[in-house]
Ligand binder design. Structure first.
Ligand code: ZN
Length: 42
């Protein structure tokens, strides 16, 4: 894995369709997903 690929893998990017937001920590990413995406699931 290249440095760029590793940085991408650990960049805490929201993978939900059409979102793509980045967060400085995994905890913040998880909180974002719970607040903005989980509730949208059927
Ligand atoms: Zn998101």
């Amino acid at each position: 894995m290249t440095g760029i690929a590793a940085a991408s893998f650990f960049s805490n990017t929201c993978r939900f369709g059409g979102c793509g937001l980045h967060f400085p920590s995994l905890a913040e990413l998880i909180e974002h997903i719970e607040d903005n995406h989980i509730g949208e699931w059927p």
